[in-house]
Design a protein around this ligand. Structure first.
Ligand code: GLA
Length: 385
């Protein structure tokens, strides 16, 4: 039985009516990390791991939501959105964001479940918020755009979860297209689809299984460092309103005023924007090897300059580097401090590489890494029941 069928059956047993079905994918990011909240470039894509939502109006002001994976349900009123625990926050945050926009959301019945590993850096939270928001928009015919759904999902994280995330994850979940990546411009909040079709290669995520409890506070700290940098740069160059407007030259000119800490962080972001644009050009000419080299550079920038890696992620990338002719690109992915590395690897070498990583990672950290081969997939969409 497919996941969609399992979720539908559960919904019908629970609520005794037919639901509408929606699919919301997780995402990867090939390059362009910690650039989105600096109005920079990123290159994310949705993957073939997702949540399925079965939803219908409840007919009153109550939301009755059941998580199939956690075997846990919640009921709350549209007029009593208090910060709750974990996943409930995300859903309440979405409803709150609709209401802030003056949109007439009504109560819903919902069952959802999926196969995006939580905490693995594949952005299960964005998939949760985007899928939930998209479904509400559809069933109540609110007529808002995908971009507004992305912003609603982002707002849920800001106001109900306290993570000041950029828009990359939500954008990727909503706008991706099969077998392509997005070149996302976070200044204009627009994208190009770039085909990513390399039959001899596979995208393999290696999960460090580390979940760092400081991740969200460190994330907010990095964001603040960038904002401080922009504030200082703006005093000399009024045109600098975000790090997107800053150049390496400007940073070196104001190195002393910025101070070592802020300078290093801002330089990473400015260089990552350059790398991401270069990566897009290389992709267009089919130079996957050159593309992979940039991924390695990004990793060491994130680790040594931006300081968001951890020993386990560095270890995994160093292992990949030993097999550089086969693993042509590797780096930590997402916010950092744990989660996965993303690797572009020759298909025929995948099983040998996995065995080697498993043995060495276990010998060093006494835990087994996870492996996920992913395919690039369509963004959030309705599914026939
Ligand atoms: C997390 C955030 C994104 C982005 C990445 C880092 O995934 O949700 O908005 O900032 O970290 O690139």
């Amino acid at each position: 039985m497919s996941l969609a069928a399992v979720i539908t059956e559960d919904f019908i047993n629970r609520f005794h009516k037919k639901p509408s079905l929606f699919m919301a994918p997780g995402r990867i990011n090939l390059i362009g990390e910690h650039t989105d909240y600096n109005e920079g470039f990123a290159m994310p894509a949705a993957i073939d791991r997702h949540f399925i939502f079965a939803m219908a109006p409840s007919g009153n002001d109550r939301c009755n939501v059941f998580s199939k994976d956690l075997q846990e349900g919640v009921t709350f009123s549209l007029y009593d959105l208090n910060h709750g625990e974990a996943w409930i926050n995300y859903l309440m945050g979405v409803i709150d964001a609709f209401q802030r926009r003056g949109l007439a959301v009504r109560g819903i019945d919902c069952v959802f479940g999926g196969d995006i590993p939580a905490g693995g850096g594949m952005s299960s939270s964005a998939a949760l918020c985007c899928g939930f928001g998209f479904a509400i928009n559809e069933i109540f015919k609110l007529g808002i755009s995908r971009l507004e759904v992305a912003k609603i999902a982002q707002s849920a994280e800001h106001h109900f979860v306290g993570a000041m995330v950029g828009v990359m994850d939500q954008y990727a979940s909503l706008f991706s297209k099969k077998d392509s990546v997005l070149l996302l411009d976070c200044k204009t909040v627009s994208h190009q689809h770039l085909p990513f079709n390399f039959p001899d290669y596979e995208i393999l995520l290696v999960d460090s299984t580390i979940k760092h409890s400081l991740a969200s506070s460190a994330y907010n700290d990095r964001r603040e460092s960038c904002e401080t940098g922009v504030h200082l740069l703006n005093k000399k160059n009024a045109t600098v309103r975000s790090l997107r407007d800053a150049s390496r030259v400007m940073l070196f000119e104001q190195q002393d005023e910025l101070g070592e800490e802020i300078f290093v962080k801002c330089l990473y972001v400015v260089e990552e924007n350059i790398r991401t644009q270069r990566a897009a050009d290389l992709l267009k000419t089919g130079d996957l090897k050159g593309f992979g080299d940039l991924m390695y550079q990004t990793h060491w920038g994130l680790s040594q300059a931006y300081d968001v890696s951890c020993p386990e992620l560095d270890f995994l990338v160093s292992l990949a580097e030993e097999f550089r002719s086969e693993v042509i690109g590797s780096r930590m992915m997402g916010g950092g401090f744990g989660g996965c590395t993303i690797n572009i690897i020759q298909k025929e070498r995948v099983s040998v590489f996995k065995e080697m990583v498993l043995a060495k990672y276990f010998a060093t950290f006494k835990k087994e890494p996870g492996f996920y081969s992913v395919k690039l997939s369509d963004g959030v969409h309705s599914v026939a029941v």
